[in-house]
Write a protein that binds this ligand. Structure first.
Ligand code: PLP
Length: 389
């Protein structure tokens, strides 16, 4: 029997740069301790108060089918949060609850693209982006965000790729680079979307992790609310990666169509998870700040440690839980450096090449180990890099 072309091709084939991650997992399974600074996974579990809310909801009977669009109270809470953070009038009709941001990325691309339509995304990119586009039958069109432009896309590069495309996917604060798009970049993006009649899919799952500057949602820019689909998630903001809960925010008619999709795919998100998410959002920004605090601390630690040397050059981390380092002074590629570091120091980081060609010659460090472990790993990474030059 044959597997469909669409599913077979979803991963694009060839090396995806994740071999190092697999190798580190194999070393751990074989008993070698490895400091893993690879995945965007918190080193703390979900707050017990959220788990208690989840437990109570399950015991209360929220274990049956839940409303497919999401619990009305949760949709209201998400809408209120977005309205408060962006100033854009937002109601329940603009919100569809999703089983995580990734499901939202898939749903929005399925909604925005017809088979064969071009879909723009920015390189470097979060690993699933091209597969998501291929998965819905779209044609991935990477737009390079160059290191010399601070890893932000230029209007000229966007325009050059946009002819005949149907969507543009952006992510700010950004994984893997940690950069935040400012007013200039977002204004240019809005201009290109208007000129080429593109849907803008705005992945904002790191919007509570901002260290420098202010996060601006492009949905708040003039004329953009009618063509922007925002992806949100509690994975990063509330350390709820395993609960699979997020949302899409967009124009009401598009949101209604996403309901049709969910009826035929996920059939909604478990009620007890949604009630826990409602509790988490109602707990307010203090809980979000508590979850973000370790990354803020470790980001300071990183900048301090790297300030004393000049072999590893950090991309200024404005937000998110990562720091990207330019390792080209060592003469190695990101992949070579990452593999040599894993062998010599038993520290696993992601090669920049895992996130596209624009990040070649870089590594991405996830700031996801306890402060003392993280600080020690960082100083060993620096010594290792210095030993290569
Ligand atoms: N978007 C970006 C940029 C991410 O880094 C991630 C996860 O790492 C996701 C989306 C998916 O998040 P979720 O757990 O909400 O599916």
């Amino acid at each position: 029997m044959q597997v469909s072309d669409r599913l077979r091709n979803i991963n694009g084939g060839g090396a995806d740069g994740w071999a190092l991650f697999e190798r580190s997992r194999e070393m751990i399974a074989a008993g070698t301790p490895v400091v893993e600074l690879t995945q965007g996974e918190h080193d703390i579990p979900t707050d017990p108060s959220i788990l208690e809310a989840m437990h109570a909801a399950a015991l209360k009977g929220r274990t049956g089918y839940a409303p497919i669009m999401g619990l009305p109270q949760l949709r209201d809470a998400v809408a209120d949060r977005i309205a408060a953070r962006t100033g854009v009038p937002t109601t329940r009709g603009n919100i569809m609850i999703q089983p995580g941001g990734q499901a939202g990325l898939y749903a929005t691309h399925l909604a925005a693209l017809n088979p064969g339509d071009g879909a723009l995304f920015i390189d470097p990119y979060y690993a699933t982006y091209p597969g998501t586009i291929r998965g819905v039958g779209g044609l991935p069109r990477p737009v390079t965000a160059r290191p010399e432009n601070g890893f932000r896309p230029t209007v000229a590069d966007l325009n050059a790729a946009a002819e005949g495309a149907a969507s543009l996917l952006i992510n700010t604060p950004n994984n893997p680079t940690g950069v935040l798009y400012g007013a200039d970049t977002l204004g240019g993006i809005a201009q290109v979307c208007g000129d080429h009649d593109l849907w803008l899919i705005s992945d904002e799952v790191y919007d509570t992790q901002v260290w420098d500057g202010t996060h601006v949602s492009p949905r708040a820019l003039p004329e953009m609310a009618s063509r922007t689909l925002v992806i949100g998630s509690l994975s990063k903001s509330h350390a709820m990666t395993g609960s699979r809960i997020g949302w899409v925010c967009g124009p009401e008619d598009m949101i209604a169509h996403l309901g049709d999709l969910a009826t035929n795919t996920t059939y909604g998100v478990p009620g007890y998870i949604q009630e826990a998410a409602l509790f988490a959002l109602q707990a307010g920004s203090a809980l979000e700040a508590k979850v973000a605090a370790p990354f803020k601390r470790r980001r300071e630690l990183t900048l301090k440690a790297l300030g004393k040397q000049n072999v590893l050059r950090p991309v200024h981390p404005d937000g998110a839980m990562y720091v990207m380092l330019d390792i080209r002074a060592t003469g190695m590629s990101g992949e070579e450096f990452g593999n040599a570091l894993l062998d010599a120091e038993h520290i696993a980081v992601m090669p920049g090449e895992s996130f596209g060609q624009a990040a070649a010659g870089h590594i991405r460090i996830a700031m996801t180990a306890a402060d003392d472990v993280y600080a020690d790993a960082l100083s060993r990474i620096v010594s290792f890099a210095q030993s290569l030059t």
